[in-house]
Design a protein around this ligand. Sequence first.
Ligand code: SIN
Length: 310
Amino acid sequence: MQVDVKKIVVLGTGGTISGRAAAAHDNLAYRAGEVAVGDLLGGVPMPEGFALQSEQVAQIDSKDMDFEVWRALAGRCAHWLAQEDVAGLVVTHGTDTMEESAFFLQSVLAPAKPVVLTGAMRPAGAVAPDGPQNLADALAVAGSKQARGVCVVFAGRVHGPDEVQKVHPYRLDAFSSGDAGPLAVVEEGRLRVFRPWPGGTSLRPATQLPPAGDWPRVEIVLSHSGATGAIVEALVQQGVAGLVVAGTGNGTLHHSLELALLQAQHSGVVVRRVSRCPEGAVIPHGRDQFSAPALSAVKARIALMLELMR
Ligand code: SIN
């Protein structure tokens, strides 16, 4: 059967975009999760020829994101993406862990349709809230035939899930793709595309994720001046399954920490090494003791959790 009107589905998870300012002059005084996702859409311009549907999946400050919500969100995304009349999805999300959720969703969905995460740095009721424009841009990307895969749309730029990072705690243009640059920009609802959209296949399909309590424990440790192996030893004692170490420069490690990580690896803990530098990625060489994905520490952790899932 021919389906004429396509739908964009907006899934709400919370964040500042869903907060209401307690005082117009104070962008930090707000209660997150006060505005339901359906109410965020009022007055936001829709791309022509689309119907809109919304669903509240969670209503949290994204600093509290957990595996339960991720699993539910991935399940709802998979459900809607499978509907023939759905052109794309928008996910409203807090900015603080948006890059993690974007990477997670791309890893488990690898969707052919666009799944667009967006949010706001200022709550509703601020003198000049940024949420409505970000939402309008996100809807334009979700309805675009050019877009595919998971991306973050923020302050007029479209970022890919592997590269996107929150780089500023306050300014409106809080996200960057580092030296890779954005995938595209949104200008008056139109996309200007610079790079290929994310593709590939899912590391672990969204419908096959184990219950949240069964996800493998993977922790992040940091190499720094005066680092020791004490944290690694404590984590190994607690039965950690994987460790991501954020090293200095090209992923180099303080010798005390490195020794503890080698012992951990020897005892069966899977170790990944990344760089703590905000841009670039570790360049592997022949003397590497630990494999080094070209990801930030928080994303390498997600990739390792998915890899270690049974
Ligand atoms: C959050 O991440 O939920 C709070 C901060 C924000 O959305 O900007």
